[in-house]
Design a protein around this ligand. Structure first.
Ligand SMILES: C[S@@+](CC[C@H](N)C(=O)[O-])C[C@H]1O[C@@H](n2cnc3c(N)ncnc32)[C@H](O)[C@@H]1O
Length: 297
C-alpha cells in the first residue's frame, strides 16, 4: 500500500513538473496566436471579419461574460479559474469598471507576465491575480457572484471535472453563475487511430483527459446547479480554428528558424497539438467545443 501511494505521489509530481515546464517554455509562444495573450479559440459572429483573429478571441471573452449575466449595478465579484495571463479579465475590466476581478493560475510565470500586462493596460487596477489551485482555492465560501473557466477546465481531474465544479459551487453565492467554455468529448466514439491521437494531444498539452460533456453536465446537477445550458459552439469557433495552419506556418518560419529561443520538447508539443486537433475534433469528432452555463441553486 505504502508503495502504491509513493508511486501515485511520484506520478503526480512528475506531471506537475511537466505542466509547469510546458507553460514556462511554451507560454511566450502564445504571442504568435494572440498579442493580448488570449490563450483560447475565438468566436465568430456574423458581420465580424473572420480574418481578424484577435477580434474573434476578444469576442469569446464577451460570450463568456454575457452568459455570466452580471448586472451592471453594484460591485460584482468575479473569479477566473485558470486565468492564464489575464486576457479575459482585461476584457471584462473594460466593460465592468466597478467589478472586483480575480484570476487564479498555477503558473508563476503567467502571474508575473499577467501583472505586467495589467499595469500597461488602462482600467485594469481592479484586477487581482494569484497563484491558487481551482480545485481547492482555500477562498471563503459564497465569495463570488460569477465564476468562469475558459479553456482551463480541461486540466481538472477526471472526465466529469467534479472537483472543479464542487469548488465553483462552494465559491458562488446562491443565484451566482458558472460559465465553462472548452473542448469536451462529445457523443460518438474514437475510431481507428483516434484514441492514440487523442492521447498524444493530451500529452502535448499536459492534460490528464478532456471533460466528457455528459459526465460534466451530470456533475453540475449533482453539485446543486440548476438552469444548466449546454451549447455546442462549433460553428462559431471554427473560423478561428482555420487560423491554426497559417499561424503554425508563420511560427515555424520566423520563431523556429530565426528566433532566439531554443526549441524544446514542450515548445514542439505546443506546435503539434493544434495540428492533431482536427483529426479528433470538428468535423469528424468525437471532440467538440461547448459553452456550458449554470446557476448555483
Ligand atoms: C489554456 S490556458 C487558458 C488561459 C485563459 N483562460 C485564457 O483563455 O487565456 C489554461 C490555464 O489553466 C490554468 N490551470 C490549469 N489547471 C489549473 C488549476 N488546477 N488551478 C488553477 N489554474 C489552472 C493554467 O495555469 C492556465 O493558466
Amino acid at each position: 500500500m505504502a508503495q502504491t501511494i509513493t508511486a501515485a505521489t511520484l506520478a503526480s509530481s512528475l506531471s506537475e513538473e511537466r505542466f509547469q515546464r510546458y507553460y514556462e517554455e511554451a507560454g511566450p509562444d502564445y504571442a504568435a496566436w494572440s498579442p493580448g495573450f488570449n490563450m483560447h479559440f475565438g468566436y465568430y459572429r456574423s458581420g465580424m471579419n473572420p480574418f481578424d483573429r484577435e477580434a474573434m478571441l476578444e469576442q469569446m471573452n464577451c460570450e463568456v461574460l454575457d452568459r455570466l449575466r452580471i448586472s451592471s449595478g453594484g460591485a460584482p465579484r468575479v473569479l477566473d479559474m485558470g486565468c492564464g495571463l489575464g486576457a479575459t479579465l482585461r476584457t471584462i475590466a473594460r466593460k465592468l469598471p466597478n467589478a472586483e476581478l480575480h484570476g487564479i493560475t498555477l503558473v508563476p510565470w503567467q502571474l508575473e507576465q499577467g501583472r505586467r500586462l495589467n499595469q500597461s493596460a488602462a482600467g485594469t487596477s481592479h484586477i487581482r491575480l494569484a497563484l491558487a489551485n481551482y480545485e481547492d482555492t482555500g477562498y471563503p465560501s459564497m465569495n463570488y457572484d460569477a465564476v468562469y473557466a475558459l479553456e482551463s477546465s480541461c486540466y481538472g481531474t477526471g472526465s466529469g471535472k467534479s472537483r472543479l465544479i464542487r469548488e465553483a459551487h462552494r465559491l458562488l453565492r446562491p443565484g451566482g453563475r458558472l460559465v465553462v467554455a472548452d473542448g469536451f468529448i462529445s457523443q460518438g466514439r474514437f475510431r481507428g487511430p483516434q484514441r492514440a491521437i487523442f492521447r498524444k494531444l493530451c500529452e502535448c498539452w499536459v492534460i490528464e483527459t478532456l471533460g466528457d460533456i455528459r459526465a460534466f453536465a451530470e456533475e453540475l446537477r449533482n453539485a446543486g446547479f440548476r438552469d444548466i445550458t449546454v451549447e455546442r459552439m462549433q460553428a462559431g469557433v471554427s473560423p478561428s480554428v482555420f487560423h491554426v495552419p497559417f499561424v503554425t506556418m508563420k511560427f515555424l518560419l520566423t520563431d523556429v528558424l530565426f528566433g532566439p529561443r531554443k526549441m524544446t520538447q514542450a515548445r514542439w508539443n505546443n506546435v503539434l497539438a493544434p495540428v492533431l486537433l482536427p483529426l479528433v475534433g470538428f468535423p469528424v469528432g468525437p471532440l467538440a467545443y461547448f459553452l456550458v452555463s449554470a446557476t448555483r441553486a
